[in-house]
Design a binder for this molecule. Structure first.
Ligand SMILES: *Cc1c(COP(=O)(O)O)cnc(C)c1O
Length: 491
């Protein structure tokens, strides 16, 4: 791989928006004159003005968007070790399966008997996810991990309401993903923060003191956001259960434990899976995903409807809304069906032994990389990381003034997508690295070499780090500005 930007031919193609290419009257294609009489559009439906669309030739559209795609770094371009996001290579067979016409062209309102294959896929996927997590049933509706969390918390609330007391608080460790406290608020609960101990794990004695009969449950991420496997899970779940609460497993990091252990066996009541992290269709910060939620037998009556059921006598699949205590719908129709098809393809392509190997390689790759870079970027906490690790650039900053952000920008010039920086927040100058299982040893060596070269330059050539990146279409961006000054309209 090389850090050089992609160069394409042509005069003005390194800059400008599709709007800059617009020329009045230019068209990508033309319609024949209508052969039916023109009808007047009723006043209330008539357009007031022309839509602000670019007027461009098809050729310009293709050139413009192809150029943009070439400026991008994606999972098909190279390693994308963005900790917490699991940006692994997306096997092309998952795309092939999802584009089969029977899946791609199915309409969600088709009668059940015309979409038996699609319903069977959902039914089988639900069972496979229950097998992987050790749960009784699951809903496939939530379109993302965060929505899975909200679904799980609403299930928790439904359970407690049924018992006559909804309770008011949900406990979350301070190392949890930012979506956890947000989901807790959205579900109408207060967050009860549980501190970490010196090892970066849940402080169980603090948990024991803080959990009482007003706590609806606990959300635990495992391996946690520091990449560490919680060592006292049975203790943690029993503290919460003894107070009448439920335990929720944030399974976004499930790829670390695939085939090795199951949240259901550890005593969890609810678990969500990020199929776009654990299986196929990685999306990082955007794009469609799926956050199925599995539950124990006790919570099945509250799951969203419709569910896919199989008639034991005829073997036919049908949609059923037959759950009186259901929390209702979490998404239109069945969630992001295309993403679920990709997850199905991935699961059944690997089989149970293959999935176990996925998990083992994810952990091996992270540990290999952590060893390579630890001189310059030591682990923030002692202990073996799982599928990702949190290192810190603090020693480097103290010696040279160069920060994690400077290293990340320099790594871009050296041809790699940098790791996550400044998350998790509990670690100063954090660099969160998740190489995933799909990368070869040579690629990991290359990424480590780039990180170490940047660390070396911090001492010998700091200017190069202050200026980086210099090979990209844009230099250092004001990362907060786009969020604070939204510009959603072109005019
Ligand atoms: C990614 C992630 C989430 C949120 O999942 P989205 O699909 O991005 O909404 C929640 N928890 C953890 C630990 C995660 O890594």
């Amino acid at each position: 791989m090389t850090g050089a930007p992609v160069r394409t031919q042509g005069p003005d193609i390194q800059s400008g928006t599709i709007m800059d290419r617009s020329r009045a009257g230019r068209r990508a294609f033309s319609f024949p004159a209508p052969d039916v009489p023109e009808a007047a559009v009723p006043e209330e439906f008539a357009r007031r003005g022309r839509p602000a669309l670019p007027e461009v030739a098809e050729r310009d559209i293709v050139a413009h968007y192809t150029r943009l795609s070439q400026m991008n770094y994606g999972v098909d371009t190279g390693v994308y070790a963005l900790g917490s996001c699991s940006m692994k290579y997306n096997p092309k067979i998952a795309e092939t399966v999802a584009s089969l016409p029977g899946f791609q062209r199915a309409h969600p309102q088709q009668p059940d008997h015309t979409v038996q294959g699609a319903l069977e896929l959902l039914w089988r996927l639900e069972r496979a996810l229950c097998e992987v997590t050790g749960m009784a049933r699951a809903t496939l509706q939530p379109p993302a991990g965060a929505c899975g969390e909200l679904t799980g918390l609403l299930l928790m609330r439904a359970h407690h309401t049924k018992q006559g007391n909804a309770r008011t608080r949900v406990a979350i460790p301070d190392s949890s993903h930012g979506t956890n406290p947000a989901s807790v608020r959205l579900a109408g609960y207060e967050a009860l923060h549980i501190p970490s101990d010196a090892r970066g794990l849940v402080d169980v004695s603090a948990l024991e003191k803080l959990v009482d009969e007003d706590v609806a449950g606990l959300m635990l991420t495992n391996p946690n956001t520091l990449g560490l496997f919680e060592e006292e899970i049975e203790k943690i779940t029993s503290v919460v259960h003894n107070a009448g609460g439920l335990v929720y497993y944030d399974g976004a990091n499930l790829n670390a434990i695939l085939g090795r252990c199951r949240p259901g066996d550890m005593g969890f009541d609810i678990v969500h899976i990020n199929t776009h992290k654990t299986f196929a269709t990685p999306h990082g910060g955007g794009g469609p995903g799926a956050g199925p939620v599995g539950v124990t037998e006790e919570l099945v009556p509250y799951l969203p409807v419709p569910s896919v059921e199989r008639d034991e006598a005829t073997g036919e699949f049908r949609l059923s809304a037959d759950r009186e205590d259901s929390i209702g719908r979490m998404h239109g129709f069945h969630g992001n069906f295309g993403v679920l098809v990709r997850a199905y393809a991935y699961v059944f392509l690997h089989g149970s032994d293959g999935l176990q190997e996925v998990g083992e390689r994810a952990v091996l790759n992270a540990n290999y990389l952590a060893e390579l870079v630890k001189e310059a970027f030591p682990l923030a906490y002692p202990g073996r990381p799982m599928h990702e690790f949190v290192a810190t650039a603090r020693p480097l900053r103290d010696r040279t003034g160069i920060r994690a952000m400077d290293i990340a920008k320099r790594v871009i010039d050296l041809g790699f997508h940098p790791p996550t920086v400044y998350f998790p927040l509990v670690v100063e100058e954090s660099m969160m690295v998740e190489p995933t299982e799909t990368e070869t040893r040579e690629t990991l060596d290359g990424l480590a070499a780039a990180m170490l070269q940047a660390a070396q330059e911090a001492k010998t050539d700091p200017d190069i780090l202050h200026q980086a990146p210099v090979t990209t279409p844009v230099r250092r961006l004001d990362e907060a500005r786009a969020a604070r000054h939204l510009k959603l309209r072109w005019s």
